[in-house]
Design a protein around this ligand. Sequence first.
Ligand code: GSH
Length: 207
Amino acid sequence: MLKLFHVPGTRSTRIIWLCEELGVPLEIETVSFSVDFRMSPEWLTKNPVGKVPVLEDGELSMFESGAMVQYILDRYGDGRLQPIVGSPAHAIYMQWSWFGEATFARPLGEIVNHRRNFDPEIPAVVEEMANRALLCVKAVNDAVDGKAFLLGEFTAADIMVGYCLMLCNRLIPSHSYENANQYWTRLCQMNGAVKAFSDLNQGPLSR
Ligand SMILES: N[C@@H](CCC(=O)N[C@@H](CS)C(=O)NCC(=O)O)C(=O)O
């Protein structure tokens, strides 16, 4: 059985969301987000850079959320929630999945990290990162114009990007990208999202 080491509101929500949509059983162990825990020798054997999440499947142990999503789809998905591998649609699916972690999550993570490490925060730094994140919201806004989801049908790319929209809404509360707002509302109605975000207020961003 898959086992997820989870912190509410972090990227581990992607795995909970995906498994719920697929109906794949998942054992969830909530762990501490403290630096002491994450930098402990025991945790560093699971995640060598002291971050969350970690996923285990028997002997297999993984520490990148996007790779976990793809592994679960390929091993347990029976072709669901991703286009046929090698098709142009799959290329676009990968594009949005990678965008979710490599481009969109990055400035948002920098805001979180900056606020954790600088008190008071430096407004110019937060503003720069917020502007970068808002460019990503605009890209999503344009992509879902006239479509329910990024590829038309719901795929795991929506989970990768949906996590960023959740974070964005908490960190940069108001923006006027209407398609993106409606897309986010649609995502929030999915069973997987309801489950994945049910413990948000117990997470590190609830402060
Ligand atoms: N690319 C990694 C990023 C992991 C990551 O940055 N996790 C955050 C929580 S969502 C974390 O542990 N941050 C602590 C830190 O960077 O100090 C993934 O997708 O798993």
